[in-house]
Design a binder for this molecule. Structure first.
Ligand SMILES: [Zn+2]
Length: 494
């Protein structure tokens, strides 16, 4: 190389470095999910100090609304309390701290077009978590993202007017995306956040799926469930189905037949032609089963899109993205529904859940569930091996050991790489959700500092634009949080 070429190359290299450090993506997003209770119990400044010191956190995902304990409240009762925060469980001394709802003030002007108007969490009186935290966060150069989820309960006034309907006509506790009361509540909420607070982003998550996948229990959690308690068959969904050319009567007939199939398989009554063939026969006889599943999925996508456009109309600089349910790592049906080339159209970022530690226990649960329906004829270890193949994982642990070991960091690497490739050339940033102390059964594997560190390293090795430490600070142990910090130091991101 002559001198002229050398100088030219050196200058180009300098320019590249400068360009990289100046682009917004150069600053990797290091986020943590945290609920109001942590700030109330431990104080805003001490919590933010801890975040910056332990794991170089630059973005707060504050749980602003939920009726669930997964992202709000203290440690789940029955699980060991972590090494910080109040050393007691919610509700442990009579009426306690956890009720759920909105942890921000309700500004009524945004909820005129919905009957859902009274959803304030009573847990901390007038406390507004965004008002309490944003000024300190901004002073430190930390971003704030409102994080809320699709989890409700029956105590909310008028909630019945927004609930989904099961196949058998009863109300579900879940809310229907096609019901204007819920649709307008979601739009009102994102407008409230966007106009009322100096926020940097909004993330919402829905951990549900349509009636077909639900009837087959194509998910990791929960009890077997009654196969007629599937959603949604409300008037709004039925009229939307008709507009799409779906025969509602045939659809209902198909789901009744599917429910009978599932009930029989649970009782070990094997169909003459076996489980898998019989399910295919139902799908061929009633293509409405899949059409109804896609109607639900499209309704979720339209909800994402409407929320995205609402926020962008108020303030384009607010980032909008979605928490993608862990079921994406287990169920091929649910993974097929998470079409990233579609989601990117209304996603500035995606938090793809890649919880490696609890992932083992959850995968085993999923295998048990579908092993009683679609794959009733397949030995469960064979079924697990099949899923490792079709989901493109390496040979992780055997079924008997999987809950005790969790998934390896290679699982995180493969999931992040796959998502990154699907999103290449799009605007959407990939922020894998990293598991820190998500509760598992006493006999199942627990988070460790090294396991957390390896998961964070794997996510970045696969090209992630950030990581989101999950699910909530109030259940994390500090050595494990520092495991994430150790990875960031090693990567030069601390
Ligand atoms: Zn509905």
């Amino acid at each position: 190389m002559n001198r002229r070429n050398f100088l030219h190359t050196a200058a180009a290299a300098t320019l590249t470095v400068a360009a990289q450090t100046n682009t917004p993506t150069a600053r990797k997003m290091i986020g943590i999910q945290v609920g109001a209770v942590s700030f109330v119990d431990e104080g805003v400044e001490p919590v933010l100090d801890e975040f910056q010191k332990d794991a170089s956190i630059n973005t707060l995902f504050i749980a602003t609304f939920t009726y669930g304990r997964g992202i709000a409240g203290r440690q789940v009762p029955g699980q060991p309390l972590p090494d910080h925060g109040k050393q007691q469980y919610d509700n442990s001394n009579g009426p306690g701290t956890f009720h759920g709802g909105s942890y921000t003030k309700i500004h009524p002007e945004f909820y005129k077009d919905t009957l859902l108007q009274n959803f304030r969490a009573p847990d901390f009186g007038d406390y507004d978590v965004l008002e309490a935290v944003i000024p300190s966060a901004r002073k430190r150069g930390m971003k704030t993202i409102c994080w809320f989820e699709d989890v409700w309960n029956d105590t909310v006034p008028n909630v019945r007017q927004a609930q989904e309907r099961h196949l058998d006509g009863t109300n579900a506790t879940t809310l229907c995306f096609n019901n204007p009361n819920y649709h307008n509540w979601l739009l009102g909420t994102v407008e409230d956040y966007s106009r009322s607070y100096e926020i940097d982003g909004i993330m919402w998550g829905s951990e549900r799926q349509g009636a077909f996948a639900d009837a087959l229990r194509g998910a990791h959690g929960g009890a077997p469930g009654n196969p007629v308690k599937i959603t949604c068959f409300c008037d709004f969904c039925e009229s939307k189905a008709q507009q799409r050319g779906i025969n509602v009567v045939r659809a209902r007939e198909g789901f009744q037949a599917l429910a009978s199939f599932v009930q029989a398989s649970r009782q070990g009554r094997r169909p003459v032609d076996g489980y898998y063939v019989t399910l295919w026969r139902l799908m061929l006889r009633y293509p409405e089963l899949l059409a109804w599943e896609m109607l639900w999925t499209d309704s979720l996508r339209e909800t994402y899109s409407a929320m995205y456009n609402k926020v962008k109309a108020v303030k384009p600089s607010i980032g909008v993205g979605w928490h993608i349910w862990h079921n994406n790592s287990f169920s091929p049906i649910y993974r097929a529904e998470q079409d990233l080339s579609e989601l990117t159209k209304y996603s500035d970022f995606l938090k793809m859940v890649m919880y490696h530690n609890c992932g083992g226990e959850r995968m085993a649960g999923y295998i048990r569930n579908v092993g009683q329906t679609i794959y009733g004829d397949v030995p469960q270890q064979d079924l697990l091996d099949f899923h490792y193949r079709v989901l493109d994982y390496k040979q992780e642990k055997n079924l008997a050991d999987l809950p005790k070991s969790g998934f390896s960091s290679d699982y995180v690497y493969r999931e992040a790489k796959r998502a990154r490739e699907a999103l290449n050339g799009t605007k959407t940033q990939l922020w894998p959700g990293i598991d820190i102390d998500i509760p598992t059964a006493p006999t199942s594997s627990k988070s460790t500092p090294d396991g957390t560190k390896d998961a964070v390293l794997a996510a970045f090795r696969a090209g992630a634009d950030g990581v989101l430490l999950s699910r909530k600070y109030s259940e994390m142990r500090l050595p494990n949080l520092r495991g994430a910090g150790a990875a960031l130091k090693e990567l030069g991101l601390a």
